[in-house]
Each structure stands twice: as C-alpha cells, then as structure tokens.
Write a protein of this length. Structure first.
Ligand SMILES: *Cc1c(COP(=O)(O)O)cnc(C)c1O
Length: 393
C-alpha cells in the first residue's frame, strides 16, 4: 500500500540547485584538482529526496554513493532515461549475493566487507559476470569491514582466488570520531590502521598500488588533509550543513579560511487557518499552553508525521514575514499552532518557514535539531518521504 500524496495545503521542501552546486565547488576547492568528489545519497539523500537530488548530484559529482541496491540501480535507470553518461556508482550498504549479481549486470560497484562475498562468486561465474568491488576495512568504527586481524587471518584472501569475477577497484574505511572533537588523535590511529591494511591487501591479494583509496566523509575532508586520498565521500556538507560546530572551528584553523556552505533545503508550510483566540484560551493537546492575551494564531498542517520533531514542543519557532513566531503547546501529528499576532496584520492565508531563510531571519536544521535534542543528520533524514519537493534555482 502506498502513502496517499498530500493535498495542496501541505508543507513542502524547496531544494536549491545553485546551493548544491556551490557546495560541490567548495569541496573541489578543498580537495584540490587531483582528487575526485563523491556525493553520498543515503537516507533519501539526507531527507532532501533521492529522486530530486539525483539529477543534481549526477551532474556535479564524480562518484555517487547509494546505500541500497535499488538506489544504485535507480542511478542507471536515470542515466538510461536521460541518455546521460555513466557515473561511477558504489552501493556502500549491505548487499546479498543475488544483489551483487544484479548490480554487476548494471555496472554498479559493491562493497566487500566480510566473507559473505564468497557466496556471490559461483553466481557471478555461472552468469559470466565480473563485479567491481571496494574492500571496506574496519579501522576502528566497529561497524562493517574487515578488521586488521581478519585481514591478517586471510578473511579477504578469497578475493585473489576469485579474480576472474571480482575486480578490486577500491579500498575504503570510515571514521568514528572526526566530528565530535577538535583534535584528531583517534582519526590518526585509524589512518595508521588503514595504511597497514592496504599493505596487507597489497601483499595477500595483490591489490594494485593504483587502486583507489577513499576514507574521508565531510568532516575529515575538511579538517584532516592526509585522509583525502583519491576520492572524498561527502554527505551532509554537500547539502550545505556543517557536520558539527567542532568541524567548523577546526576547518577555520586547518583551511585558514572557512568555505561557505549553502543549505540546500527550505521547508515551508501554508496556513490551514489564521484566527484569534481570546485571552485565557488553551492551545493543543494536554492544554500545556494558555494564551495570556488575545492571540492571533496560525494553524499549520504539518506535524511529527512529516518529520517536525515533537520534542521541539515548547521551544521551537517558525518564521512568518521574516519574524520569529513561537510554536504554542505541543507539536501534533499533523498540526502546529503558531503565534502570529505580530507577524501579520490580518487573518489572510500565510506561509510559514520551518527551515530556511525568510527575510533577515533564517532557521537552520542545527537549531531545530537542537530544540529536539538530536542532531541535524537525524532531523533531515526524518523529513517525510511523502512531502512534495521542488527543485528551484
Ligand atoms: C554517511 C557516510 C558518509 C558521509 O558522511 P557525512 O558526514 O554525511 O559526510 C561517507 N561514508 C560512509 C561510509 C558513510 O556511511
């Protein structure tokens, strides 16, 4: 069963193509001309919308990183429909042996992160297919990837014996602690482990010295130059968001000058109704808000179902006509009630900005996430997939 599409009176996301292009350009500047810039499209393109962001990312980035096999295949379908040139595409998430075959057929690269890759070998041979793979090394995140101990024990050696069907095109790893700190000592231990792992792989499965290495996500690409290797895998910052305040501070120190990141996303909502509530009126479930004076409220048809966090109740504001308007009472499943007494002069329909710029004010994903005691990564990826999305210049 599919989710019914929202009607016209629903909140919507605007995606700025020029902001995205500027962010890619900023990373090209940071990475330098010898390195390639890859765009991470996981989490429904960080909630921005996979199908809306794909044409932009495809036009701007050298590599595309998808999390699911279907997204990898969707890139190829997009290229076929547009008669566009093929980009390098890597599925960084889990894939079954059957999916390795389907992706090899489509020319989409996959990650080999543990011995389960061996199950795909006979299937590829039976079909006469060759898969391009990237060996994921767990250098200290404790997530997917061969640990250095596993590599030394020969867990990846099957790659040498399967050279007829598995071509090792890359070696990658992922950092555990680059965003939360301003010193990168743990990241350095991961870099050392990566170097050792690459040596082991060169020896045991004869990985070519030219095999592409990629390690850095947004934060490391910005603040840890030795992590940049051949390709940087940039997620959050291509959408115009700093990974963290610490990353921003460190970037200033490491790069000298802060690159400007432009938030790609704005979230706006037309009002369902604007009306006066007399002094003493209660607002919302639990009657947690009571109007101290006559209050002009706007009821907005947007709520936690759409990804507006309920934990922001009692703290959040939205923007109307460039003014901050407090969210009154609790965030509901499909509604927000905001105080627009001073933001408008009548009860005509209005448009509220939940994220983005309105006049001299702007509201960032970091701010809304902070009100909800979470991080902007979670906030944006939870924006409802059902919300209408529109790419603007
Ligand atoms: C999420 C992810 C990235 C991108 O991280 P950002 O901090 O969003 O830039 C890169 N590589 C891997 C393996 C990831 O899981």
């Amino acid at each position: 069963m599919s989710v019914p599409a929202p009607g016209e009176l629903s909140s919507r996301l605007e995606l700025s193509a020029s902001a995205f292009r500027a962010n890619v350009a900023a990373f090209r500047g940071v990475a330098g001309p010898s390195r390639r810039v890859g765009a991470v499209l996981k989490g429904n393109a960080y909630g921005h919308g996979f199908s809306e962001m794909l044409p932009l990312a495809h036009a701007e980035a050298d590599w595309l990183y998808a999390i699911t096999p279907n997204e990898g295949l969707a890139v190829r379908a997009f290229e076929a429909a547009q008669s566009a040139a093929r980009r390098d595409v890597l599925v960084i998430g889990a894939v079954s042996a059957g999916e390795v075959v389907a992706l090899a057929e489509a020319g989409v690269d996959v990650v080999v992160a543990d011995r389960s890759f061996e199950a795909a070998v006979p299937l590829l041979r039976a079909k006469g297919l060759k898969a391009s793979v990237h060996v994921h090394v767990d250098t200290g995140l404790g997530r997917e990837g061969f640990t250095t101990t596993q590599l030394a024990a020969g867990d990846a050696d099957g790659l040498a014996a399967a050279r007829d069907v598995l071509e090792v095109k890359g070696v990658l790893s992922h950092f555990a602690n680059t965003e939360d700190v301003t010193e990168q000592s743990y990241a350095s231990t991961q870099l050392d482990a990566f170097g050792r792992a690459f040596e082991v792989l060169s020896r045991r499965i004869q990985v070519a010295p030219t095999t592409s290495r990629h390690f850095a996500a947004s934060a490391a690409a910005l603040v840890l130059p030795p992590s940049r290797f051949d390709v940087v895998r940039v997620g959050i910052s291509l959408y115009g968001l700093w990974p963290s305040t610490e990353t921003r501070l460190s970037s200033k120190v490491v790069l000298g000058e802060l690159p400007t990141l432009h938030p790609v996303l704005s979230w706006r909502c037309p009002s369902q109704v604007v009306k006066w509530l007399p002094a003493g009126s209660y607002v919302g479930y639990g009657c947690t808000w009571r109007c101290g004076a006559d209050t002009r409220v706007a009821v907005l048809p947007v709520g936690y179902w759409d990804g507006y966090p309920r934990l922001a109740s009692g703290k959040a504001h939205v923007l109307v006509n460039g003014r901050r308007c407090p969210v009154l009472g609790r965030v509901m499943m499909n509604h927000l009630i905001v105080d627009v007494t001073h933001a408008v002069t009548n009860e005509a329909p209005l448009v509220a900005t939940l994220l983005g710029r309105d006049g001299d004010e702007s509201l960032s994903a970091e701010t809304l996430a902070g009100w909800a005691q979470t991080i902007h990564y979670e906030l944006v990826t939870r924006l409802g997939a059902h919300l209408p999305r529109r790419v603007v210049e």
